[in-house]
Design a binder for this molecule. Structure first.
Ligand SMILES: Cc1cc2nc3c(=O)[nH]c(=O)nc-3n(C[C@H](O)[C@H](O)[C@H](O)COP(=O)(O)OP(=O)(O)OC[C@H]3O[C@@H](n4cnc5c(N)ncnc54)[C@H](O)[C@@H]3O)c2cc1C
Length: 463
Protein backbone atom coordinates (compact mmCIF):
# COMPACT_ATOMS: atom_id res chain seq x y z
CA UNK A 1 0.00 0.00 0.00
CA UNK A 2 2.79 2.38 1.08
CA UNK A 3 4.82 1.37 -2.01
CA UNK A 4 1.95 2.28 -4.34
CA UNK A 5 1.50 5.64 -2.61
CA UNK A 6 5.22 6.43 -2.97
CA UNK A 7 5.18 5.42 -6.61
CA UNK A 8 2.22 7.75 -7.24
CA UNK A 9 4.08 10.59 -5.53
CA UNK A 10 7.20 9.90 -7.59
CA UNK A 11 5.14 9.96 -10.78
CA UNK A 12 3.75 13.33 -9.70
CA UNK A 13 7.32 14.66 -9.27
CA UNK A 14 8.97 13.08 -12.33
CA UNK A 15 6.22 12.04 -14.75
CA UNK A 16 5.37 8.47 -15.75
CA UNK A 17 8.31 8.01 -18.11
CA UNK A 18 10.84 8.43 -15.32
CA UNK A 19 9.45 6.13 -12.64
CA UNK A 20 9.07 2.36 -12.82
CA UNK A 21 8.43 -0.63 -10.59
CA UNK A 22 8.29 -3.10 -13.48
CA UNK A 23 10.48 -6.14 -12.77
CA UNK A 24 12.02 -5.84 -16.24
CA UNK A 25 13.21 -2.32 -15.45
CA UNK A 26 14.52 -3.27 -12.00
CA UNK A 27 16.49 -6.42 -12.85
CA UNK A 28 19.49 -4.57 -14.38
CA UNK A 29 20.07 -2.86 -11.03
CA UNK A 30 19.94 -5.94 -8.80
CA UNK A 31 23.51 -7.28 -9.00
CA UNK A 32 27.06 -6.55 -10.05
CA UNK A 33 30.15 -8.73 -10.32
CA UNK A 34 30.88 -8.38 -6.61
CA UNK A 35 27.95 -10.67 -5.80
CA UNK A 36 30.32 -13.03 -3.98
CA UNK A 37 30.59 -10.38 -1.25
CA UNK A 38 27.43 -8.27 -1.62
CA UNK A 39 24.29 -10.32 -2.20
CA UNK A 40 22.12 -9.28 -5.14
CA UNK A 41 18.98 -7.37 -4.20
CA UNK A 42 16.34 -5.66 -6.29
CA UNK A 43 15.18 -2.07 -5.64
CA UNK A 44 11.41 -1.54 -5.38
CA UNK A 45 11.27 1.47 -7.70
CA UNK A 46 13.62 3.23 -10.06
CA UNK A 47 13.35 7.03 -10.30
CA UNK A 48 15.21 9.17 -12.84
CA UNK A 49 15.35 12.85 -11.83
CA UNK A 50 16.84 15.52 -14.07
CA UNK A 51 17.06 18.51 -11.70
CA UNK A 52 18.21 19.17 -8.16
CA UNK A 53 14.69 20.36 -7.28
CA UNK A 54 13.36 16.93 -8.24
CA UNK A 55 16.06 15.28 -6.12
CA UNK A 56 15.03 17.51 -3.21
CA UNK A 57 11.39 16.48 -3.49
CA UNK A 58 12.28 12.78 -3.76
CA UNK A 59 14.51 12.86 -0.67
CA UNK A 60 11.85 14.72 1.35
CA UNK A 61 9.32 12.06 0.35
CA UNK A 62 11.69 9.17 1.15
CA UNK A 63 12.72 10.69 4.48
CA UNK A 64 9.09 11.22 5.51
CA UNK A 65 8.29 7.55 4.77
CA UNK A 66 11.74 6.23 5.87
CA UNK A 67 12.31 4.58 2.49
CA UNK A 68 15.90 3.75 1.40
CA UNK A 69 17.43 5.76 -1.46
CA UNK A 70 20.39 4.46 -3.47
CA UNK A 71 22.04 7.03 -5.76
CA UNK A 72 23.52 5.71 -8.99
CA UNK A 73 25.63 7.95 -11.24
CA UNK A 74 26.61 5.56 -13.99
CA UNK A 75 26.33 2.18 -12.26
CA UNK A 76 29.58 0.62 -13.40
CA UNK A 77 31.09 0.40 -9.95
CA UNK A 78 32.14 -3.16 -9.49
CA UNK A 79 31.96 -3.38 -5.73
CA UNK A 80 28.31 -3.61 -4.79
CA UNK A 81 28.02 0.07 -3.90
CA UNK A 82 24.78 0.60 -5.86
CA UNK A 83 23.04 -2.58 -4.74
CA UNK A 84 19.76 -1.68 -3.00
CA UNK A 85 20.44 -4.11 -0.13
CA UNK A 86 17.28 -2.98 1.68
CA UNK A 87 15.14 -2.28 -1.41
CA UNK A 88 13.63 1.20 -1.78
CA UNK A 89 14.20 3.83 -4.46
CA UNK A 90 17.06 3.46 -6.93
CA UNK A 91 17.88 7.05 -7.85
CA UNK A 92 19.32 6.83 -11.35
CA UNK A 93 21.08 10.17 -12.00
CA UNK A 94 22.08 9.58 -15.61
CA UNK A 95 19.69 12.26 -16.88
CA UNK A 96 21.60 14.86 -14.84
CA UNK A 97 24.39 14.98 -17.40
CA UNK A 98 24.98 18.67 -18.05
CA UNK A 99 28.38 20.30 -18.18
CA UNK A 100 27.41 23.61 -16.61
CA UNK A 101 30.66 25.49 -17.15
CA UNK A 102 34.25 25.09 -18.23
CA UNK A 103 36.14 28.00 -16.72
CA UNK A 104 39.41 28.52 -18.55
CA UNK A 105 40.68 31.15 -16.13
CA UNK A 106 40.09 29.02 -13.03
CA UNK A 107 40.91 25.75 -14.85
CA UNK A 108 37.73 24.11 -13.58
CA UNK A 109 34.64 22.33 -14.85
CA UNK A 110 31.28 22.50 -13.10
CA UNK A 111 29.31 19.36 -13.81
CA UNK A 112 26.32 17.27 -12.82
CA UNK A 113 26.69 13.68 -11.53
CA UNK A 114 25.63 12.01 -14.79
CA UNK A 115 28.49 13.60 -16.78
CA UNK A 116 30.82 10.84 -17.98
CA UNK A 117 34.56 10.98 -18.48
CA UNK A 118 34.10 10.45 -22.21
CA UNK A 119 31.79 13.47 -22.39
CA UNK A 120 33.95 15.80 -20.31
CA UNK A 121 37.24 14.85 -21.95
CA UNK A 122 35.80 15.80 -25.32
CA UNK A 123 34.52 19.20 -24.13
CA UNK A 124 37.67 20.04 -22.15
CA UNK A 125 39.87 19.19 -25.12
CA UNK A 126 38.11 21.83 -27.23
CA UNK A 127 39.71 24.49 -25.01
CA UNK A 128 43.05 22.69 -24.62
CA UNK A 129 42.49 21.19 -21.17
CA UNK A 130 43.04 17.74 -19.81
CA UNK A 131 40.76 15.79 -17.45
CA UNK A 132 42.48 13.43 -15.02
CA UNK A 133 41.04 10.04 -15.94
CA UNK A 134 40.95 6.54 -14.40
CA UNK A 135 41.47 3.34 -16.41
CA UNK A 136 37.72 2.82 -16.26
CA UNK A 137 35.14 2.68 -19.06
CA UNK A 138 34.51 6.13 -20.51
CA UNK A 139 30.88 5.96 -19.32
CA UNK A 140 32.03 6.22 -15.66
CA UNK A 141 30.74 9.29 -13.85
CA UNK A 142 33.40 11.94 -13.18
CA UNK A 143 31.75 13.14 -9.96
CA UNK A 144 31.12 9.63 -8.57
CA UNK A 145 34.71 8.69 -9.30
CA UNK A 146 36.22 11.86 -7.80
CA UNK A 147 33.85 11.66 -4.84
CA UNK A 148 35.11 8.11 -4.16
CA UNK A 149 38.72 9.22 -4.86
CA UNK A 150 40.11 7.02 -7.62
CA UNK A 151 43.44 5.99 -9.02
CA UNK A 152 44.60 7.69 -12.19
CA UNK A 153 47.29 7.36 -14.83
CA UNK A 154 48.95 10.50 -13.50
CA UNK A 155 48.48 9.81 -9.76
CA UNK A 156 52.25 9.97 -9.23
CA UNK A 157 52.37 13.65 -10.21
CA UNK A 158 48.82 14.95 -9.75
CA UNK A 159 47.59 12.79 -6.85
CA UNK A 160 44.09 11.44 -6.33
CA UNK A 161 41.99 14.43 -5.27
CA UNK A 162 40.53 16.56 -8.06
CA UNK A 163 37.29 17.66 -6.48
CA UNK A 164 37.06 21.27 -5.25
CA UNK A 165 33.45 21.85 -4.18
CA UNK A 166 30.11 20.09 -4.21
CA UNK A 167 26.43 20.87 -3.93
CA UNK A 168 24.62 18.17 -1.93
CA UNK A 169 20.94 17.53 -1.36
CA UNK A 170 20.78 16.27 2.23
CA UNK A 171 18.31 13.54 3.27
CA UNK A 172 15.84 16.15 4.60
CA UNK A 173 15.79 17.82 1.18
CA UNK A 174 17.87 20.88 2.14
CA UNK A 175 20.90 21.94 0.12
CA UNK A 176 24.49 22.18 1.34
CA UNK A 177 27.12 24.11 -0.63
CA UNK A 178 30.72 23.46 0.37
CA UNK A 179 33.85 25.65 0.14
CA UNK A 180 33.67 29.16 -1.28
CA UNK A 181 30.26 28.37 -2.83
CA UNK A 182 28.83 28.44 0.72
CA UNK A 183 29.95 32.08 0.94
CA UNK A 184 29.46 33.25 -2.62
CA UNK A 185 27.77 30.97 -5.11
CA UNK A 186 29.05 32.94 -8.07
CA UNK A 187 32.65 32.21 -7.01
CA UNK A 188 32.61 28.45 -6.30
CA UNK A 189 36.20 27.75 -7.40
CA UNK A 190 37.91 27.41 -4.06
CA UNK A 191 37.69 24.75 -1.34
CA UNK A 192 38.72 27.21 1.35
CA UNK A 193 35.97 28.88 3.31
CA UNK A 194 35.99 30.19 6.85
CA UNK A 195 35.87 26.76 8.52
CA UNK A 196 36.68 23.12 7.76
CA UNK A 197 36.52 21.65 4.25
CA UNK A 198 33.14 19.91 4.26
CA UNK A 199 33.62 18.64 0.71
CA UNK A 200 36.12 16.15 2.14
CA UNK A 201 33.55 15.02 4.71
CA UNK A 202 31.32 13.84 1.86
CA UNK A 203 34.13 12.14 -0.07
CA UNK A 204 34.44 8.35 0.25
CA UNK A 205 30.90 8.07 1.62
CA UNK A 206 29.18 5.87 -0.96
CA UNK A 207 25.93 7.81 -1.26
CA UNK A 208 25.35 7.42 2.46
CA UNK A 209 25.15 11.13 3.42
CA UNK A 210 23.14 12.73 0.61
CA UNK A 211 22.97 13.19 -3.15
CA UNK A 212 25.64 15.25 -4.90
CA UNK A 213 23.89 17.28 -7.58
CA UNK A 214 26.78 19.45 -8.76
CA UNK A 215 30.55 19.57 -8.42
CA UNK A 216 33.46 21.82 -9.35
CA UNK A 217 36.50 19.82 -10.44
CA UNK A 218 40.07 20.65 -11.45
CA UNK A 219 41.19 20.63 -15.08
CA UNK A 220 44.87 20.59 -16.08
CA UNK A 221 47.10 21.90 -18.86
CA UNK A 222 47.82 19.37 -21.60
CA UNK A 223 51.64 18.89 -21.55
CA UNK A 224 53.60 19.72 -24.69
CA UNK A 225 55.23 16.27 -24.73
CA UNK A 226 54.11 12.89 -23.34
CA UNK A 227 56.84 10.27 -23.48
CA UNK A 228 55.82 6.70 -22.58
CA UNK A 229 58.42 4.11 -21.59
CA UNK A 230 58.15 0.49 -20.50
CA UNK A 231 60.97 -0.96 -18.43
CA UNK A 232 61.22 -4.69 -17.83
CA UNK A 233 62.79 -6.04 -14.63
CA UNK A 234 63.79 -9.54 -13.45
CA UNK A 235 61.60 -9.44 -10.30
CA UNK A 236 59.37 -7.19 -8.18
CA UNK A 237 62.04 -6.08 -5.72
CA UNK A 238 64.18 -4.56 -8.50
CA UNK A 239 61.35 -2.12 -9.34
CA UNK A 240 60.94 -0.69 -5.85
CA UNK A 241 64.05 1.49 -5.44
CA UNK A 242 63.95 3.00 -8.96
CA UNK A 243 60.29 3.92 -8.57
CA UNK A 244 61.00 5.61 -5.23
CA UNK A 245 63.89 7.56 -6.76
CA UNK A 246 62.03 8.60 -9.93
CA UNK A 247 59.06 9.75 -7.89
CA UNK A 248 61.05 11.68 -5.27
CA UNK A 249 63.01 13.47 -7.97
CA UNK A 250 59.75 14.29 -9.79
CA UNK A 251 60.99 12.77 -13.04
CA UNK A 252 57.75 11.01 -13.97
CA UNK A 253 54.03 11.85 -14.13
CA UNK A 254 53.10 8.16 -13.97
CA UNK A 255 54.96 5.22 -12.51
CA UNK A 256 53.21 1.83 -12.51
CA UNK A 257 55.35 -1.09 -11.30
CA UNK A 258 53.30 -4.14 -12.26
CA UNK A 259 53.48 -7.92 -12.24
CA UNK A 260 51.42 -10.30 -14.36
CA UNK A 261 51.56 -14.08 -14.10
CA UNK A 262 51.72 -15.93 -17.42
CA UNK A 263 48.09 -17.01 -16.93
CA UNK A 264 47.00 -13.37 -16.49
CA UNK A 265 48.99 -12.32 -19.58
CA UNK A 266 47.26 -15.02 -21.58
CA UNK A 267 43.86 -13.59 -20.61
CA UNK A 268 44.94 -10.04 -21.40
CA UNK A 269 46.83 -10.60 -24.60
CA UNK A 270 45.87 -14.04 -25.95
CA UNK A 271 49.52 -14.55 -26.74
CA UNK A 272 52.19 -13.87 -24.12
CA UNK A 273 52.20 -16.50 -21.39
CA UNK A 274 55.22 -15.82 -19.21
CA UNK A 275 55.43 -13.97 -15.89
CA UNK A 276 56.41 -10.34 -16.46
CA UNK A 277 57.62 -7.58 -14.15
CA UNK A 278 57.34 -4.24 -15.84
CA UNK A 279 57.18 -0.58 -15.00
CA UNK A 280 55.06 1.76 -17.11
CA UNK A 281 56.42 5.29 -17.03
CA UNK A 282 55.14 8.51 -18.53
CA UNK A 283 57.38 11.57 -18.71
CA UNK A 284 55.49 14.80 -19.25
CA UNK A 285 56.28 18.47 -19.67
CA UNK A 286 57.91 20.72 -22.25
CA UNK A 287 60.34 19.15 -24.71
CA UNK A 288 63.46 20.28 -22.91
CA UNK A 289 62.29 19.05 -19.53
CA UNK A 290 61.20 15.66 -20.88
CA UNK A 291 64.55 15.15 -22.62
CA UNK A 292 66.41 16.02 -19.42
CA UNK A 293 64.19 13.73 -17.32
CA UNK A 294 64.55 10.91 -19.82
CA UNK A 295 68.34 10.97 -19.55
CA UNK A 296 68.11 10.63 -15.76
CA UNK A 297 65.46 7.90 -16.00
CA UNK A 298 67.72 5.96 -18.39
CA UNK A 299 70.63 6.16 -15.94
CA UNK A 300 68.45 4.98 -13.02
CA UNK A 301 67.09 2.12 -15.14
CA UNK A 302 70.54 0.94 -16.16
CA UNK A 303 71.79 1.11 -12.58
CA UNK A 304 68.83 -0.93 -11.30
CA UNK A 305 69.06 -3.78 -13.84
CA UNK A 306 66.03 -2.90 -16.01
CA UNK A 307 65.83 -2.70 -19.78
CA UNK A 308 63.54 -0.70 -22.06
CA UNK A 309 60.96 -2.67 -24.00
CA UNK A 310 60.93 -1.80 -27.71
CA UNK A 311 57.60 -0.96 -29.39
CA UNK A 312 55.44 -4.02 -30.15
CA UNK A 313 52.15 -4.09 -32.12
CA UNK A 314 50.24 -4.41 -28.83
CA UNK A 315 52.31 -2.05 -26.71
CA UNK A 316 53.53 0.84 -28.72
CA UNK A 317 54.17 4.53 -28.24
CA UNK A 318 51.06 5.73 -30.06
CA UNK A 319 48.53 3.59 -28.18
CA UNK A 320 50.23 4.38 -24.87
CA UNK A 321 49.96 8.14 -25.46
CA UNK A 322 46.31 7.76 -26.47
CA UNK A 323 45.62 5.85 -23.26
CA UNK A 324 47.26 8.55 -21.17
CA UNK A 325 45.04 11.31 -22.56
CA UNK A 326 41.91 9.18 -22.88
CA UNK A 327 41.78 9.12 -26.67
CA UNK A 328 40.57 5.57 -26.66
CA UNK A 329 37.28 4.09 -27.56
CA UNK A 330 37.21 0.89 -25.56
CA UNK A 331 38.57 -0.84 -22.50
CA UNK A 332 40.00 -4.24 -23.20
CA UNK A 333 41.47 -6.76 -20.82
CA UNK A 334 38.56 -7.75 -18.63
CA UNK A 335 37.54 -10.58 -20.91
CA UNK A 336 38.56 -13.20 -18.35
CA UNK A 337 35.14 -12.95 -16.69
CA UNK A 338 35.16 -11.57 -13.15
CA UNK A 339 37.97 -9.61 -11.59
CA UNK A 340 38.75 -9.67 -7.89
CA UNK A 341 40.71 -6.76 -6.43
CA UNK A 342 41.61 -5.81 -2.88
CA UNK A 343 43.12 -2.38 -3.36
CA UNK A 344 44.72 -0.49 -0.51
CA UNK A 345 47.22 2.23 0.39
CA UNK A 346 50.57 1.05 1.68
CA UNK A 347 54.28 1.82 1.85
CA UNK A 348 56.37 1.52 -1.32
CA UNK A 349 59.31 -0.19 0.39
CA UNK A 350 56.92 -2.96 1.53
CA UNK A 351 55.50 -3.53 -1.97
CA UNK A 352 57.44 -6.77 -2.51
CA UNK A 353 56.11 -8.22 0.75
CA UNK A 354 52.52 -7.31 -0.16
CA UNK A 355 53.01 -8.83 -3.59
CA UNK A 356 54.63 -12.07 -2.40
CA UNK A 357 52.07 -12.66 0.37
CA UNK A 358 49.04 -12.09 -1.86
CA UNK A 359 50.42 -14.13 -4.74
CA UNK A 360 51.08 -17.06 -2.40
CA UNK A 361 47.51 -16.92 -1.04
CA UNK A 362 46.14 -16.68 -4.55
CA UNK A 363 48.09 -19.77 -5.69
CA UNK A 364 47.07 -21.72 -2.59
CA UNK A 365 43.42 -21.17 -3.56
CA UNK A 366 44.05 -22.34 -7.11
CA UNK A 367 44.05 -18.94 -8.88
CA UNK A 368 46.99 -18.48 -11.21
CA UNK A 369 45.68 -15.52 -13.26
CA UNK A 370 47.20 -13.05 -10.80
CA UNK A 371 48.23 -9.44 -11.33
CA UNK A 372 49.81 -6.93 -8.94
CA UNK A 373 50.52 -3.22 -9.11
CA UNK A 374 51.89 -0.66 -6.68
CA UNK A 375 51.65 2.94 -7.82
CA UNK A 376 53.42 5.78 -6.02
CA UNK A 377 50.86 8.49 -5.40
CA UNK A 378 51.49 12.22 -4.96
CA UNK A 379 52.21 13.62 -2.46
CA UNK A 380 54.76 10.87 -1.98
CA UNK A 381 55.56 11.73 1.62
CA UNK A 382 56.17 8.56 3.57
CA UNK A 383 56.27 6.50 0.34
CA UNK A 384 52.51 6.44 -0.10
CA UNK A 385 51.46 3.90 -2.74
CA UNK A 386 48.24 2.58 -4.16
CA UNK A 387 48.48 -1.23 -4.29
CA UNK A 388 46.20 -3.70 -6.00
CA UNK A 389 46.38 -7.48 -5.92
CA UNK A 390 43.99 -8.62 -8.68
CA UNK A 391 42.77 -12.01 -9.84
CA UNK A 392 40.78 -12.95 -12.91
CA UNK A 393 38.23 -15.56 -11.86
CA UNK A 394 35.05 -17.26 -12.96
CA UNK A 395 31.90 -16.16 -11.14
CA UNK A 396 29.76 -18.90 -12.68
CA UNK A 397 31.80 -21.59 -10.90
CA UNK A 398 30.42 -22.21 -7.37
CA UNK A 399 33.75 -23.70 -6.21
CA UNK A 400 35.54 -20.52 -7.24
CA UNK A 401 32.98 -18.35 -5.42
CA UNK A 402 33.75 -20.25 -2.21
CA UNK A 403 37.51 -20.03 -2.78
CA UNK A 404 37.47 -16.31 -3.58
CA UNK A 405 35.54 -15.55 -0.37
CA UNK A 406 38.09 -17.46 1.75
CA UNK A 407 40.99 -15.92 -0.15
CA UNK A 408 39.60 -12.42 0.46
CA UNK A 409 39.62 -12.92 4.24
CA UNK A 410 43.18 -14.30 4.14
CA UNK A 411 44.45 -11.48 1.94
CA UNK A 412 42.96 -8.85 4.26
CA UNK A 413 44.51 -10.48 7.35
CA UNK A 414 47.95 -10.88 5.78
CA UNK A 415 48.05 -7.28 4.52
CA UNK A 416 47.08 -5.93 7.93
CA UNK A 417 49.83 -8.07 9.49
CA UNK A 418 52.44 -6.61 7.12
CA UNK A 419 51.16 -3.06 7.75
CA UNK A 420 49.06 -0.84 5.46
CA UNK A 421 47.64 2.68 5.71
CA UNK A 422 44.08 1.61 4.87
CA UNK A 423 41.72 0.35 2.18
CA UNK A 424 41.28 2.15 -1.14
CA UNK A 425 37.54 2.85 -1.12
CA UNK A 426 34.60 2.43 1.27
CA UNK A 427 33.74 -1.05 0.05
CA UNK A 428 31.42 -2.97 2.37
CA UNK A 429 33.59 -6.11 2.30
CA UNK A 430 36.69 -4.36 3.68
CA UNK A 431 35.63 -1.37 5.81
CA UNK A 432 35.07 -2.38 9.44
CA UNK A 433 34.15 0.49 11.75
CA UNK A 434 35.07 -1.50 14.85
CA UNK A 435 38.72 -1.40 13.70
CA UNK A 436 38.71 2.39 13.35
CA UNK A 437 38.50 3.38 17.02
CA UNK A 438 37.27 6.86 17.81
CA UNK A 439 37.36 7.78 14.11
CA UNK A 440 34.84 4.98 13.38
CA UNK A 441 32.58 6.16 16.22
CA UNK A 442 32.66 9.75 14.97
CA UNK A 443 31.97 8.72 11.37
CA UNK A 444 28.87 6.87 12.57
CA UNK A 445 27.77 9.85 14.67
CA UNK A 446 28.14 12.21 11.71
CA UNK A 447 26.05 9.82 9.61
CA UNK A 448 23.37 9.80 12.35
CA UNK A 449 23.39 13.59 12.48
CA UNK A 450 23.01 14.09 8.73
CA UNK A 451 20.79 11.06 7.99
CA UNK A 452 18.87 10.33 11.21
CA UNK A 453 16.35 8.04 9.48
CA UNK A 454 19.16 6.11 7.78
CA UNK A 455 17.57 6.31 4.35
CA UNK A 456 20.76 6.86 2.35
CA UNK A 457 22.15 3.67 0.78
CA UNK A 458 21.71 1.44 3.85
CA UNK A 459 24.05 -1.55 4.08
CA UNK A 460 27.11 0.45 3.00
CA UNK A 461 29.77 2.03 5.25
CA UNK A 462 29.47 3.46 7.82
CA UNK A 463 27.20 0.65 8.98
C1 LIG B 1 37.16 -2.03 -16.10
C2 LIG B 1 37.16 -1.01 -15.01
C3 LIG B 1 38.34 -0.34 -14.71
C4 LIG B 1 38.36 0.60 -13.68
N1 LIG B 1 39.51 1.28 -13.43
C5 LIG B 1 39.52 2.27 -12.52
C6 LIG B 1 40.68 3.06 -12.27
O1 LIG B 1 41.73 2.87 -12.87
N2 LIG B 1 40.61 4.03 -11.34
C7 LIG B 1 39.46 4.29 -10.66
O2 LIG B 1 39.45 5.22 -9.87
N3 LIG B 1 38.36 3.57 -10.86
C8 LIG B 1 38.37 2.58 -11.76
N4 LIG B 1 37.24 1.84 -11.97
C9 LIG B 1 36.08 2.11 -11.14
C10 LIG B 1 35.21 3.17 -11.75
O3 LIG B 1 35.87 4.27 -12.19
C11 LIG B 1 34.26 3.58 -10.67
O4 LIG B 1 33.43 2.49 -10.61
C12 LIG B 1 33.49 4.83 -10.98
O5 LIG B 1 34.28 5.92 -10.94
C13 LIG B 1 32.38 5.02 -10.04
O6 LIG B 1 31.42 4.29 -10.62
P1 LIG B 1 30.23 4.98 -11.32
O7 LIG B 1 30.66 6.20 -11.98
O8 LIG B 1 29.51 3.97 -12.14
O9 LIG B 1 29.39 5.33 -10.03
P2 LIG B 1 28.24 4.49 -9.40
O10 LIG B 1 28.59 3.03 -9.43
O11 LIG B 1 26.97 4.90 -10.02
O12 LIG B 1 28.32 5.03 -7.90
C14 LIG B 1 29.40 4.71 -7.06
C15 LIG B 1 28.99 5.02 -5.60
O13 LIG B 1 28.78 6.42 -5.45
C16 LIG B 1 27.44 6.69 -5.03
N5 LIG B 1 26.99 7.84 -5.81
C17 LIG B 1 26.94 7.92 -7.15
N6 LIG B 1 26.50 9.14 -7.51
C18 LIG B 1 26.29 9.82 -6.37
C19 LIG B 1 25.82 11.13 -6.10
N7 LIG B 1 25.53 11.98 -7.07
N8 LIG B 1 25.69 11.51 -4.81
C20 LIG B 1 26.00 10.67 -3.80
N9 LIG B 1 26.45 9.41 -4.02
C21 LIG B 1 26.60 9.00 -5.28
C22 LIG B 1 26.65 5.44 -5.34
O14 LIG B 1 25.56 5.28 -4.45
C23 LIG B 1 27.69 4.37 -5.15
O15 LIG B 1 27.77 4.07 -3.79
C24 LIG B 1 37.18 0.87 -12.97
C25 LIG B 1 35.99 0.22 -13.27
C26 LIG B 1 35.97 -0.72 -14.29
C27 LIG B 1 34.68 -1.39 -14.59
Amino acid sequence: MKAKKIERELVRILGEDNVSSDVGDLIPYERDDQFAFISPHRPDIVARPSTKEEVQEILKLADRHKVPVVPLASGINRKGLCIASKGGILLDLRRMNRILEINEEMMTATIEPGVSFGQLVEEARKVGFRVITPYAPSTASVLANYMLRGIYGTATRHGIDHLINIEVVLPDGTILQTGSAAFNQSLPYCNIVNGPDLCKLFQANPGTLGVITKGVIRLYEMPEVIEPLIVVYPDYTSMVEPSIEMTRRELVASCWPMMFTGAAMKILTNSMNEDVYMMWLYLEGDREQVERDKETVEKITERSGGFFLPDTPMLNRDTMIKDQIWERTSVSGWKGGNMYGCSFYGVMKLATRYYEATRKISERHGFDAFHYESVPVAPFHGQLTYNDPCIFWNGSNTEEIKEIKELHEEIKRSLIDIGIYGWFRPFPSVVDLSKLGRYGEMWKKIKGLIDPNSIMNPGKPPL
